[in-house]
Design a protein around this ligand. Structure first.
Ligand code: ADP
Length: 520
C-alpha cells in the first residue's frame, strides 16, 4: 500500500446504469462501506423510442456521490479517487456550450432498426463490424447517427459534439469532451486496432471527426473539477476522477472472470456471456462484440434479450394459478415454478422451448425470431412447459458460449451472476447444460468493484488486477452432472437445428404480427 492509499483509504465508484445511478464507497479491502442508488425514468412515447433526460442523470450522479459520502461517514480528504462505470451505446447531441440538443437516446431505442439491412447489404456493414467490434444493431450509436442524418439532417449537421451519458457528465464537471476507449469501442464507430475513430464508420454516418469526443484510455485521469459541483458533492476539487469504462467489461473484472477459459454469465431480466482476450478479436460471422478495457484486456461476448424475463412470462402467463397460490402462502412464485420444474426429468421428456419472445440479439441478432415450443405431445403437461422454459434459456447461453470459445478458448470455469442465481436448481441446470463447473461469486456490485480496481491501476497504486480475488467473497460452486449433460448435448443440437430451419418462418410470422397488431 502506498502513502496515498494510507491517508486516503476510500474509493468512490459511480455506476451510471439504464435504470439507476449507483454510487459506492469502497475501502482498500474491497469492502463496500456505503451505497446509494437513484432511479430515473425511461421515456417511451412510441414503441421504438427509449430516451432519458441527461440532466436528470447528471443530477443523480452528483446527489449519489454526496449521499454515499454522507452515508459512509467519510470526509472529502479521505477520498482517493472517483471512478466510473456506465451503460453502453447512449447518444446525446450537444451544442457549443455543451448543452444537450436531444435527450439521451439509450441502447434500448429501436428507431434505427430499418438501417440494419441496408448497412449490411449496401454499405459494407460487416467490414465496419470487423473494424469496430460492435455488432450491427439499432442499439449502436452508429445506426442512430445514420438515422439522424436522414431524419434530422439539420440537427446532425449543427451538433457540436455527439457524446454518451458518461461523456456528458464529464463535459459538465470538467469542461472536457473525452470518451474512454471502452465506451468508444461500443459506439460502432471506433477502430479497435487503431484506437481511433473508424473512417468507414464516419463515412456512413456522415459525422465529422471533430464532432466526436477525444478518445482516451480508461485509466485517463480528469483534473480540475468545477468547484461549485465539487462543493455540492462534498468533494475536494483536487480529487482525481478516473475516466473508467463500460459496465459490461468492468463486471468481468469485478467477478474475477478475466483469465483464459473463465467466462462470466449474467442472467437477470436479459443476459450476457463474456470472456477476456489479450488483443481485439472479432467474429468472422459477426455474432459477438469486442469491447476494450485496456490494451491487453478486451471483452468478447454476446448479449441475450431473453433471459430471466422468460421465467417471468411463464409465471405470469403459463403458471398463473400456481403463482397466485404461492403468493397466498407467502412463497416467492419463482421458487414455486422452480419446484414444478424440478418434478420433471432433465430434458422435459423431449419438449424444447426456443425463448425468443422478444426477438434476439446474440448470436444471430434476429429481431424477427419468436418463441416456439417444439416436440409437444399428449403426455406433456404444464410442468414440462415450465421446465422447458428454464432449459431453453440455458440453450440460449450455450449457443452464445460456443462461438465465444472458438475465439477465446475452451471454458474452464463459469462465473455466474444475476437474478437467476437465486435458484439452486437453475444454477445446477446451467452447469449441466453447459457441461462446466460453475461458481457464483458472492458479490453484487461487480461493475463498481471493477471501476475501483481500474482507479487503483490508473493512480499507480497497483500494477495488475490480482487483488480483486481478495475482494471477492467466494460463493457456491456447482459441478456438472455428466448423465444429464449427455441429454442436454443432444437437445441443444436439436434446438439449434429447429432455430435454423425456422428462419424464414420467423420473418413471416413477425411481419404478420406487425400488420395485425391490435386487431381482435
Ligand atoms: P434485473 O436484470 O432487472 O436487474 P434481476 O437480476 O433481479 O433483474 O433478475 C430478475 C430475474 O431473475 C427474473 O426475471 C427471474 O427470471 C429471475 N429470478 C428472480 N428470483 C428468482 C428465483 N427465486 N428463482 C428463480 N429465478 C429467479
Amino acid at each position: 500500500m502506498s502513502g496515498a492509499l494510507a491517508s486516503k483509504p476510500y474509493m468512490i465508484a459511480a455506476d451510471i446504469g439504464t435504470t439507476s445511478a449507483k454510487t459506492l464507497v469502497i475501502d482498500r479491502n474491497g469492502v463496500v462501506l456505503g451505497s446509494h442508488s437513484i432511479e430515473y425514468p425511461l421515456f417511451t412515447p412510441r414503441a421504438d423510442i427509449a430516451e432519458q433526460d441527461p440532466d436528470e442523470i447528471f443530477a443523480a450522479v452528483r446527489t449519489g456521490i454526496a449521499e454515499v459520502i454522507r452515508k459512509a461517514g467519510i470526509s472529502a480528504q479521505q477520498v482517493l479517487f472517483v471512478s466510473f462505470s456506465s451503460a453502453m451505446h447512449s447518444l446525446i447531441a450537444l451544442d457549443r456550450d455543451l448543452n444537450p440538443l436531444t435527450r439521451c437516446i439509450t441502447w434500448a431505442d429501436n428507431r434505427s432498426a430499418g438501417y440494419v439491412e441496408p448497412l449490411k447489404r449496401d454499405l459494407n456493414g460487416h467490414q465496419i463490424y470487423l473494424n469496430t467490434g460492435t455488432p450491427i444493431h439499432p442499439m449502436s450509436p452508429l445506426l442512430k447517427l445514420m438515422w439522424m442524418k436522414d431524419n434530422e439532417p439539420e440537427l446532425h449537421d449543427k451538433t457540436y459534439k455527439f457524446v454518451g451519458i458518461k461523456e456528458y457528465v464529464f463535459a459538465k464537471l470538467f469542461g472536457q469532451v473525452i470518451i474512454d476507449h471502452s465506451l468508444a469501442s461500443a459506439t460502432g464507430m471506433f477502430n479497435l486496432r487503431e484506437l481511433d475513430w473508424d473512417k468507414q464508420a464516419l463515412e456512413v454516418t456522415g459525422v465529422r471527426q471533430e464532432q466526436l469526443p477525444k478518445p482516451v484510455p480508461t485509466t485517463y485521469i480528469l483534473e480540475g473539477l468545477n468547484s461549485a459541483y465539487a462543493a455540492e458533492m462534498g468533494l475536494d476539487p483536487s480529487t482525481p476522477f478516473i475516466a473508467g469504462a463500460s459496465d459490461g467489461v468492468l463486471a468481468n473484472l469485478g467477478v474475477g472472470a478475466f483469465e483464459p477459459g473463465k467466462y462470466a454469465v449474467t442472467i437477470g431480466t436479459s443476459g450476457a456471456v463474456r470472456g477476456v482476450v489479450r488483443q481485439p478479436l472479432t467474429d468472422p460471422e459477426g455474432r459477438l462484440f469486442c469491447y476494450n478495457l485496456k490494451d491487453d484486456f478486451w471483452v468478447i461476448g454476446g448479449p441475450i434479450n431473453n433471459g430471466g424475463i422468460m421465467l417471468r412470462w411463464a409465471r405470469d402467463q403459463l403458471a398463473t394459478l400456481e403463482a397466485e397460490e404461492a403468493r397466498r402462502q407467502g412463497i416467492d412464485p419463482y421458487d414455486r415454478l422452480t419446484e414444478i420444474a424440478a418434478s420433471v426429468a432433465p430434458g422435459s421428456d423431449g419438449l424444447l422451448f426456443l425463448p425468443f419472445l422478444t426477438g434476439e440479439r446474440a448470436p444471430y441478432w434476429n429481431a424477427n425470431s419468436r418463441g416456439v415450443f417444439f416436440g409437444l405431445s399428449m403426455q406433456h403437461e404444464k410442468k414440462h412447459m415450465v421446465r422447458a422454459v428454464m432449459e431453453g434459456v440455458m440453450y440460449r447461453i450455450h449457443s452464445v458460449l460456443r462461438p465465444l470459445e472458438a475465439l477465446g478458448g475452451p471454458t474452464q470455469e463459469l462465473r455466474a451472476s444475476g437474478g437467476f442465481a437465486r435458484s439452486t436448481f437453475w444454477r445446477q441446470l446451467m452447469a449441466d447444460v453447459l457441461g462446466t463447473e460453475l461458481t457464483v461469486p458472492n458479490t453484487i456490485e461487480s461493475s463498481g468493484l471493477g471501476a475501483a480496481q481500474l482507479g487503483l491501476l490508473a493512480l499507480g497504486e497497483t500494477r495488475d488486477f490480482s487483488s480483486i480475488y481478495d475482494w471477492i467473497r467466494e460463493g457456491v460452486r456447482h459441478e456438472p452432472n455428466k448423465e444429464n449433460g449427455v441429454i442436454y448435448e443432444r437437445l441443444s443440437e436439436i434446438y439449434m437445428n429447429v432455430y435454423k430451419s425456422l428462419r424464414g418462418s420467423f420473418d413471416d410470422i413477425s411481419a404478420f404480427q406487425q400488420q395485425n397488431q391490435g386487431r381482435n
